[in-house]
Ligand binder design. Structure first.
Ligand code: GLN
Length: 539
């Protein structure tokens, strides 16, 4: 090879050749665990020692998930670099213990926006701009970009194959094999196999049709995962294989299981490991010791149960607070106790309810609905020395409660109409006028310096921390004397001291609240210290 022919490591095309890609699609129905399957495969590969990344492509026309309703879509997950994404990225971070980025979430709306902006600025030099190749090329670029630094990059395609809006993504991942070589791509199709109660049998026809659809788009999967409510007899998988022209050893069954954290074990049992080993070219045993330990602790019935009151606006929709509940559940497992989450409706909250719990969490939120209940919860915790963990809005409401205790009867938040003189929480200078638009908040990682000697600094074990944010309002430091009189002190601020990042109770066993969302950084195998200490305080 002459000098000029040398492979340029910065050339993404050459680089992409060394990365292995796993594409996960769904058939029959969405919502049957495609994301968890993808994340579990990732966790196994990571346990084999690979550097694994993962990405979600969603065909929605939204530009990001910032304005999506949490009732319908679940929690909005924020990446370290400040992108508002859907909750799947939270699963990815929990399963892979890695940081997703703005490249990890691709929504059609953002891709269209990019293409149209390029077209408007003359970037296509007069060419007709089309779904193929322009849109499909852009999808491929996003995949190559997100996977560039990994050994293995997993891409989950949202929705179900055959959905009108998702076709261009399927075409893009088919084309991707031409770009990097078919041998570097593994296509995994997750299909639902329904149980028909009247005839007491599993029906394979929808799965067969789903595979026919995928084949129609030019993709013959390397692995078919049959999702069933109960374990399927081998014959069912073999029937699907026979009717779809797929090797029978490549059709696997993943029955429902109680905890999503046991899915990696189910995946291992299913026989997928042999296929993965062949694909990546290594049969190193995955080291699942920590996962096993977590599973053991989680399943054990402990003598102690902690009852956590989660004061929420969207009660009954666990997905709207999934990072918070997952962090709490994992914390209790490692702290060797059971957990019972009491969903307390912020709009109807009573003192009896607050009395019945060992600790109170007030999570993030927007809008006035339920605000008084959240203030009341913080007040109760301050007055009755009940462990309290305030997350974002939960810190703002804690400061309002403290200011009221400190003599400001009408203390409130500008978000809910509090005016000059009572706005303990007020809008950040650079957020003025942007109240109702997407992507305009203070988003993603922001540093904070912690007060020496504070409880928060002790919990973190360091003085400088970085946490993810998503908010427009902040503590008005003019009212710190009232807040302090009411029982809270500032435990951490932004490095320039302008923004309050942490407060803590002066006379409380555990009263910690932060403007950030530490729940986004908590992992089942690596629980965030604030959640662990909160659980410890409740025991
Ligand atoms: N609504 C508050 C704000 O915008 C809190 C946001 C949140 O809890 N994520 O500042």
């Amino acid at each position: 090879m002459t000098k000029t022919q040398k492979v340029d490591k910065n050339d993404s095309k050459n680089n992409a050749k060394t990365v292995k890609y796993i594409f996960v699609t769904g058939g029959v129905l969405s919502g049957v665990g495609k994301g968890i399957t993808a994340a579990s495969i990732g966790a196994i590969l990571k346990a084999k020692g690979y550097n694994v990344s993962i990405q979600k492509c969603d065909p929605y026309l939204n530009v990001d998930a910032g304005l999506l309703n949490p009732v319908e879509h679940g929690e909005c997950f924020v990446t370290a670099d400040g992108k508002e994404t859907d909750l799947d990225l939270g699963h990815y971070e929990r399963f892979l213990d890695f940081e997703t980025s703005k490249f990890s979430s691709v929504l059609s709306g953002a891709l269209y926006q990019e293409l149209i902006e390029k077209e408007r600025s003359g970037g296509f030099h007069g060419k007709t701009v089309q779904m193929v190749p322009h849109f499909t090329d852009l999808v491929q670029e996003k995949i190559a970009l997100a996977g560039a630094k990994s050994d293995i990059h997993i891409v989950e395609i949202g929705g179900t194959v055959g959905d009108y809006e998702g076709l261009s993504f399927i075409e893009a991942i088919r084309l991707f094999a031409n770009r990097v070589g078919r041998e570097n791509c593994l296509y995994v199709h997750v299909v639902y196999v329904p149980w028909i109660n009247t005839s007491k049998e599993l029906k394979t026809k929808p799965a067969q049709n789903a595979l026919k659809d995928l084949r129609g788009f030019g993709i013959i999967p390397d692995v078919v995962v049959c999702r069933t409510e109960r374990p399927a007899p081998r014959a069912i998988c073999e029937k699907i294989a026979a009717f779809s022209g797929i090797d029978k050893d490549a059709v696997l069954n993943l029955p429902d299981i109680e905890s999503v954290y046991d899915v990696p074990f189910n995946v291992l049992k299913s026989g997928v490991l042999e296929i993965l080993d062949k694909f990546v070219g290594s049969d190193t045993e995955p080291d699942m010791a920590r996962w096993k330990e977590f599973s053991r602790l989680r399943e054990k019935k402990w003598a102690k149960t902690v009852r956590v009151g989660l004061v929420a606006k969207y009660v009954g929709n666990e997905d709207a607070y999934i990072c918070v509940t997952e962090a709490l559940k994992a914390a209790t497992a490692w702290e060797k106790c059971n957990i019972e989450i009491a969903w307390l409706d912020a709009e109807k909250l009573t003192d009896e309810e607050l009395k019945s719990v060992d600790g109170i969490v007030v999570p993030g939120g927007f809008g006035v609905r339920g605000a008084e209940g959240k203030i009341r919860a913080a007040m109760y915790a301050l007055e009755n020395d009940r462990p309290y963990l305030g997350l974002c809005l939960g810190m703002q409401m804690a400061c309002v409660a403290a200011a009221r205790r400190g003599g400001m009867k009408n203390a409130g938040s500008e978000e809910f109409g509090a005016g000059e003189g009572e706005n303990v929480i007020y809008i950040m200078e650079d957020q003025k006028g942007k109240e109702s638009t997407g992507g305009t908040m203070r988003l993603g990682d922001c540093p904070a310096k912690l007060k020496k000697g504070s409880k928060v600094a002790k919990i973190y074990g360091e003085g400088h921390v970085v946490e993810r944010h998503r908010h427009r309002y902040e503590v008005n430091q003019k009212f710190l004397p009232e807040i302090e009189k009411g029982g809270l002190v500032v435990a951490g601020t932004s490095p320039d001291g302008k923004l309050v990042e942490f407060v803590e109770g002066t006379n409380s066993k555990f009263f910690v609240a932060t403007q950030a969302h530490p729940e986004f950084r908590s992992r089942p195998l690596n629980v965030h210290p604030l959640f662990r200490e909160f659980v410890k305080a409740m025991k």
